[in-house]
Design a protein around this ligand. Structure first.
Ligand code: AMP
Ligand code: ZN
Length: 462
């Protein structure tokens, strides 16, 4: 039995899709005004883990991730750059997919762009107006909060304190600002617009996800995800717009990941405490280690991001890779029954942990216990081929779920040697800052340098 924590019910519920064997899920995607930061990728990589796990458990998954290519930020960027909105966002859409590839994130089935789905949004808004859930004011259209009594359930808001008949025009606002929110923004000078039956203007952010999710997944679907900052107002508003329009439950399971934080504060563009994936790759960090760091923590716990954390992740990956290489070298007939039992038990514990609200940290903990057993058996040459094959199978399953490409070639020793010599040369020239940067880069790859009488040597951190 799979159980997922549902933000809507505030407990772990048994997961049952609407159609047996199929999962339809929607994940809020990037606003393409800049490069995504590593906090954003915590959400996208976790959603990829969810997707991969559902597939491993035999479900056919249809995933939709929107691309927000029109909003205040993209418009501001395109105006500053003096190019059209499409020209401006194209670069960041491309970069986004490159980053997903670098992190081995599987492709969703659909990546709808907001600007390509204006008619669906207009239809939805029109329906809301006809039913009295929306009204026009000075060319913009707003959702009437008091027309939807369940408003506030997802975020646990107290309805008493809500202010109706006041309006909020911006897409992002705080809980203290609960008001009728904007669905359609009337045209303002200098902004791109669409000529529609609602008048000239552009959509608000929230309506985009309601219209595009229902377009690709139907009026009711299984899972909707995002980071916890999406709960309010974005997902609360999505529920209001969708359920008011259709009269049907919109989403069965709402899942949200905790934030990636830096010194206790959410990593974000506005706080200025962010790294893009590109920053980290340029410094020589291995994208597989970054992915490992993101998937190895339970998704509802914050990740405190540090560069040391990447080094820790790299050393864990090395341990797994080393263990697999040892298995490659195992030979001999017969069976180590203790190891056979341990393998069977670990497979069970792995799936049980993942079934329990995707507890990846616990699942990996069991894998590392097994690694210890394998290593000590291998030290005694007690891993016959039959066991090695079975262990390989388990690691292949784990690797597919976590997207870690275990067993893939590690960084070439030659490249490492070259970096070490370069650092030595810099030290001889007393360029210590540059030399230290290389040492940090190597640390990020899980390599520690040791000074010995014969000179500097490197070894993998375990
Ligand atoms: P945005 O581009 O800000 O709409 O964010 C895109 C996705 O990344 C959303 O699902 C956010 O909830 C998520 N997100 C943004 N910042 C973080 C963070 N620091 N940690 C985890 N998820 C985040
Ligand atoms: Zn969304």
């Amino acid at each position: 039995m799979i159980r997922f924590h549902n933000t809507y019910t505030r407990r772990k519920d048994e997961f049952q899709p609407l159609v047996q064997g199929e999962v339809r899920m929607y994940t809020c995607g990037p606003t393409v005004y800049d490069y995504a930061h590593i906090g954003n990728f915590r959400a996208y990589v976790w959603e990829d883990l969810l997707r991969r796990y559902l597939k491993a458990r035999g479900f056919q998954v249809t995933q939709v991730m929107n691309i927000t290519d029109v909003d205040d930020k993209t418009i501001r960027g395109s105006v500053l750059a003096g190019v059209t909105l499409d020209e401006y966002t194209e670069k960041y859409i491309q970069a986004f997919f490159e980053d997903l590839d670098a992190l081995d994130v599987e492709r969703a089935e659909h990546y709808p762009r907001a600007t390509r789905h204006i008619p669906e949004m207009v239809d939805l808004i029109q329906k809301l107006m006809q039913q009295g859930n929306a009204y026009e004011s000075k060319g913009s259209i707003y959702f009437r909060l008091d027309s939807f009594p369940p408003y506030g359930r997802l975020a646990g808001l107290d309805r008493e304190g809500m202010i109706a008949n006041f309006r909020v025009d911006s897409d992002e606002y705080e809980k203290s600002d609960v008001r009728d929110f904007v669905l359609w923004k009337g045209h303002r000078e200098g902004e791109p617009f669409w000529e529609t039956t609602l008048g000239r203007g552009r959509p608000g952010w929230h309506i985009e996800c309601s219209a595009m999710s229902m377009r690709y997944l139907g009026e009711s679907f299984d899972i909707h995800t995002g980071g916890s900052d999406n709960i309010f107002p974005h997902h609360e508003n999505e529920i209001a717009q969708s359920e008011a329009a259709t009269g049907k439950p919109f989403v069965r399971t709402w899942m949200h990941c905790a934030h990636l934080v830096v010194n206790g504060e959410k990593m974000s563009k506005s706080a200025g405490n962010f790294f893009t994936l590109r920053d980290l790759l340029q410094r020589g960090y291995d994208p597989r280690a970054i992915r490992y760091l993101l998937v190895s923590q339970h998704y509802r716990k914050p990740i405190n991001f540090t560069l040391d954390g990447i080094a820790w992740a790299a050393s864990n990956l090395n341990r797994l890779g080393d263990c697999l290489r040892r298995l490659d070298a195992c030979a001999g007939v017969g069976e180590n029954e203790i190891l056979t039992d341990a393998t069977r038990r670990t497979r069970q514990e792995f799936y049980d942990s993942m079934d329990d609200d995707l507890n990846s940290a616990a699942a990996l903990g069991f894998i590392f216990e097994l690694v210890r057993e394998i290593n000590s058996a291998a030290d005694r040459s007690e891993v016959p081929e039959r066991n090695a094959v079975e262990l390989h199978r388990l690691f292949t399953e784990v690797s597919a779920v976590f997207g870690l490409r275990l067993g893939a070639a590690p960084a070439l020793d030659q490249e490492l040697e070259a970096l070490v010599s370069r650092r030595e040369e810099l030290r001889r020239k007393k360029q210590f800052k540059e030399a230290d940067a290389i040492r940090d880069q190597l640390l990020g790859l899980g390599i520690v340098l040791e000074d010995t009488p014969e000179g500097v040597r490197w070894k993998k951190r375990t």
